[in-house]
Design a protein around this ligand. Structure first.
Ligand code: DC
Length: 210
């Protein structure tokens, strides 16, 4: 089974993806990390984020062993990832890796922006997670502070709104719910309630198929 989870920045899709994968014994891929890794490599090497040739080369050479690097979580890299991910050839270079991950047994949960629409359009379950921008800004601010970073909630909110705008309006694989996605509003749910709601969606689909 393939479970696709999409949604805007800080909607909680990563946590839901991780928890769902754990619940079902599947593998989990946070696809945002891939774009973050491309962005970090470009910045580290001193290249411009719009240097298409270099960005594609970096995307083809990605080392998944480095996806756990703590700097990938920072707002600076998230913002840079949003820029780099708008380049169609960069997205194309990363499609096979994601599809292969999804296809390997026993099943997989992938979260991102275009999983249900582009990467796995035939996913068994598609969940589109939404949450109020203010709620997302609060969560991201608390997460950043927990990592020891300084974070100003108003600035985080402005960044989230800017990122939503860029991710939704780009030409290549924009952020949007697939027609057959189930929308999960995570604004007023704590983690456990969100996980229960996501499992309920998966179970309802499994029951329909029996
Ligand atoms: O989910 P995230 O904040 O880690 O994602 C960082 C950026 O990467 C996001 O602003 C847009 C891009 N992204 C994407 O274009 N497609 C995906 N499947 C995942 C992330």
């Amino acid at each position: 089974m393939i479970i696709a989870i999409d949604g805007p920045a800080a909607s909680g899709k990563g946590t839901l993806g991780k928890r769902l994968a754990h619940h079902y014994g599947y593998r989990h891929l946070d696809t945002g990390v891939i774009y973050r890794a491309v962005a970090k490599a470009l910045l580290d090497e001193g290249f411009d984020l719009t240097d298409e040739a270099r960005a594609v080369a970096v995307a083809m050479e990605l080392d998944p062993e480095k996806f756990g690097h703590p700097e990938l979580k920072t707002q600076r890299i998230g913002d840079a990832a949003s820029v780099v991910s708008a380049i169609p050839s960069v997205r194309e270079a990363l499609v096979n890796f994601q599809r292969q991950f999804a296809a390997d047994p026993p099943g997989a949960v992938l979260d991102g922006r275009d999983i249900g629409t582009v990467i796995c359009p035939d996913a068994d379950v598609k969940i589109f997670v939404v949450a109020d921008p203010q709620v997302r800004a609060r969560r991201r601010t608390l997460e950043a502070r927990a990592r020891g970073e300084e974070a100003d909630e108003a600035a985080v909110l402005a960044d989230i709104l800017k990122r939503d705008e860029r991710d939704r309006n780009r030409a290549a694989a924009p952020l949007k719910a697939a027609d057959d996605a189930h929308v999960l509003d995570n604004s007023n749910l704590d983690i456990e309630a969100g996980v229960r709601a996501a499992i309920a969606i998966v179970e309802a689909i499994r029951a329909q198929r029996k």
